[in-house]
Design a protein around this ligand. Structure first.
Ligand code: PGA
Ligand code: ZN
Length: 387
């Protein structure tokens, strides 16, 4: 494939901050690809540059894409690594790298007259189960996400219908129990409330029983960790040692219908993850900041039996090929894979195609506002798969 034109554009993400979009034109097709932004980013993620820094790097590398033939995604991504030559894309920026890498993926698929998920799938395509953020406190320094997920997958559409009804039902119950509740949402369009963690879990228990769903929690615990010995919950006023945190996580998981627990400990504490994973199996103990979509960290987590599921965020690592390697390693080791949005997204629905095409078990998305774009894309993909 030969590139005729490659252009970088600054666009806006859903948090109103600037992000990057690449427009790529080959002799046959024209595609666009943009990258999301995280709020509670992990320490081990590849590095994002500011959009203006990325734009100045782009000036130097732009022409290199015009003068050669690319025959595969690996060639493109190897080339990006050769231009950068650092472990974490600190030279050209993981945001610029992923925008380019994913634009090439779309172009390869389009030149093949295929949807991206079909181009990727090699017959492994399957619809992921949704995990949806229902009550949320993004960036708060407390449990960040209260999620709902289905136990089984009949169809993606049926599961989404249940979750959407549950999301609306949660708002009704919040309105009754929290006098200050005014349908305010956080960055991911999850409901914001002043109720305590336990009160929220009681509401979600009622709703999950009604709609045959299970509860998930993203503690994002690195953002509660003081770096030495305590976890402090900014809104619930708990201050926990690591042992307290472990006891708390285990007791919540046993008391409420919780099936999914993301980042319950700080991103360096593989040991506590392992203890929780052993005690709470078969519930899903998931690494997000812990793994940062990084194969090396996933290997460590597998060796230590620290997790049973892994968040996959392409922008934590910077290329499509690295994302594919991560998913492959997880699958080979029977780790459930969860493709995930970021707290600030764009109108780009590529993660839906990656989730289906790579055969991920779950996809983590939001339920309202601009977040429905991903869900609607998945409904369309399901229709194609069912033909
Ligand atoms: P983000 O966090 O704000 O970094 O996208 C989302 C998450 O922790 O799952
Ligand atoms: Zn997370």
């Amino acid at each position: 494939m030969r590139v005729k034109r490659i252009k970088l554009r600054e666009i806006f993400a859903t948090n109103s901050k600037k992000t990057l979009e690449i427009e790529l034109e080959t002799e046959k097709v024209r595609v666009r690809s943009s990258v999301p932004l995280g709020t509670s980013k992990g320490k081990f993620e590849a590095l994002y540059l500011s959009t203006s820094e990325a734009a100045s790097k782009f000036v130097f590398i732009k022409n290199k894409f015009l003068s050669q033939n690319f025959n595969s995604q690996e060639e493109v991504d190897d080339f990006l690594h050769s231009l950068d030559r650092t472990e974490n894309f600190s030279e050209i920026g993981a945001n610029l790298a992923l925008a380019i890498s994913s634009a090439f993926l779309k172009a390869f698929a389009a030149e093949n007259h295929q949807e991206v998920f079909e181009f990727l799938s090699k017959e492994k395509a399957k619809m992921p189960r949704p995990i949806c953020n229902i009550v949320g406190f993004k960036g708060s320094g407390d449990v960040e996400e209260y999620l709902l997920l289905p136990v089984h997958q009949t169809s993606f559409r049926e599961n989404m219908e249940k979750i959407m009804q549950a999301y609306l039902k949660v708002a009704e119950l919040l309105k009754i129990r929290d006098p200050s509740f005014s349908f305010t949402k956080d960055l991911e369009s999850a409901w914001f409330t002043r109720l305590s963690l336990i009160e929220i879990l009681k509401i979600l228990t009622k709703v999950s029983n009604e709609f045959l769903l299970k509860i998930g929690l993203d503690f994002a615990a690195s953002h509660m960790w003081d770096g030495k010995q305590y976890y402090s919950y900014s809104m619930n006023n708990y201050i926990f040692s690591t042992q307290d945190q472990l006891n708390f996580v285990i007791s919540l998981a046993r008391k409420f219908p919780i099936f999914y627990i993301e980042d319950p400990f700080n991103q360096e504490d593989f040991v506590s993850f392992s203890v929780a994973n052993k005690q709470l199996s078969p519930k899903l103990i998931c690494g997000d900041d812990l793994l940062a979509t990084n194969v090396k960290r996933l290997k460590d987590a597998i060796d230590l039996k620290a997790i049973s599921s892994a968040i996959v965020k392409p922008n934590q690592i910077g290329t499509i090929s690295d994302t594919i390697k991560f998913v492959k390693l997880a699958k080979e080791n029977k780790i459930f894979t969860i493709m995930s949005h970021r707290s600030a997204e764009t109108d780009d629905n590529l993660i839906c195609h990656l989730a289906v095409g790579l055969g991920c078990d779950y996809i983590k998305v939001g339920t309202s506002g601009e977040r429905v774009s991903k869900i609607n894309e998945l409904l369309r993909i399901e229709e194609i798969l069912n033909k």
